[in-house]
Design a protein around this ligand. Structure first.
Ligand code: C2E
Ligand code: MG
Ligand code: MG
Ligand code: MG
Length: 287
């Protein structure tokens, strides 16, 4: 391997000094191998959708769909590891379309059951997926294909700040089109991006998701506590709902509730689980 690296570095000339670092060489090979495998993940049915419960003071509001990759050799791989690869290769477009389709199949099933007809499903949308010129049409197509009732939609799309700011006018146009048929929009990981107030008021959002990095030390760090109170107050003034992510303790929940946070998501209420397990926990709750 060292010889190959040396050869590649020489062959490709300057600016390739990193090839001399064996650790980086291995990392690069790993990445390439994983990318190759990822091309097969969808056709070989290795992708799994997990659901994580979202609650408010009245009970369950729905779930966020979180992708997992059941790799035949490496086991269950986190989206933190493979979503960036999928973004880079463009594979996120078919993968994202599949996630949306499967989420709507589930939503349809919930809509015909009195026990679950009020529940929402939140789906993460990637930058590359959202920037597709026909993204709006793709979503409409999925709704039609899955028979999701447009009058009681229950579909929520999670966008990040950087994605929206990529092309804010394009984003606003797409959001308005989808909102007009009942889709909700939630701004994910809020506070970690540029969080400029001037753009926030322009966005047709329904909800802000406070990033878990602010929630973590909320009960002990006065700065985080102040930030979270400010975010909630600002959301309130803009007429937006607020959900907190990464809620793990009673103290965090208590703080958030006391300060007017509308909904919660986190290990305190449930980890992301396969749909069967999720359904079971719903039935338990209603017993
Ligand atoms: P995210 O959308 O911000 O999702 C929240 C992440 O926080 C999830 O990680 C979830 O498992 C984790 N989490 C939830 N509650 C807690 C908690 O109480 N404590 C801690 N420590 N963590 C908690 P996960 O499932 O690993 O997903 C990571 C990221 O991958 C997601 O962040 C999202 O950006 C991305 N992702 C996941 N599924 C999809 C997908 O279908 N499409 C796209 N484009 N991105 C996805
Ligand atoms: Mg999310
Ligand atoms: Mg998030
Ligand atoms: Mg996050």
């Amino acid at each position: 391997h060292a010889d190959t690296a040396m050869y590649q570095a020489k062959a490709s000339g300057r600016n390739t000094l990193r090839f001399f670092d064996p650790a980086m060489q291995i990392e690069l090979e790993e990445r390439t191998a994983l990318m190759e495998d990822l091309r097969q993940a969808l056709p070989l049915q290795q992708l799994r959708l997990y659901h994580q419960i979202q609650v408010n003071e009245r009970g369950v509001v729905g779930s966020e769909v979180l992708l997992r990759w059941q790799h035949p050799v490496r086991g269950l791989i986190s989206p933190m590891e493979f979503i960036p690869l999928a973004e880079e290769t463009g594979l996120i477009v078919p993968i994202g379309a599949w996630v949306l389709h499967m989420a709507c199949v589930q939503l349809k099933a919930w809509q015909v059951d009195p026990l679950t007809r009020h529940l929402r499903i939140a789906v993460n949308v990637s930058a590359r997926q959202f920037s597709q010129p026909n993204f709006v049409e793709q979503v409409l197509e999925v709704l039609k294909d899955t028979g999701v009732n447009p009058l009681k939609l229950g579909l929520e799309l999670e966008l990040t700040e950087s994605l929206v700011l990529n092309d804010i006018d394009d984003s606003i146009g797409k959001m308005q089109a989808l909102r007009s048929i009942g889709i909700r929009f939630s701004l994910d990981d809020f506070g970690t991006g540029q969080s400029s107030l001037s753009y926030l008021k322009r966005l047709p959002l329904d909800q802000i998701k406070i990033d878990q990095s602010f929630v973590r030390d909320i009960a002990t760090d006065p700065n985080d506590a102040a930030i979270v109170r400010t975010i909630i107050g600002m959301a309130e003034n803009l007429g937006l709902k607020v959900i907190a992510e990464g809620v793990e303790t009673e103290q965090q929940r208590e703080f958030l509730e006391r300060n007017g946070c509308h909904a919660h998501q986190g290990y305190l209420f449930g980890k992301p689980v396969p749909i069967d397990e999720f359904q079971n926990s719903l039935t338990q709750l209603h017993r």
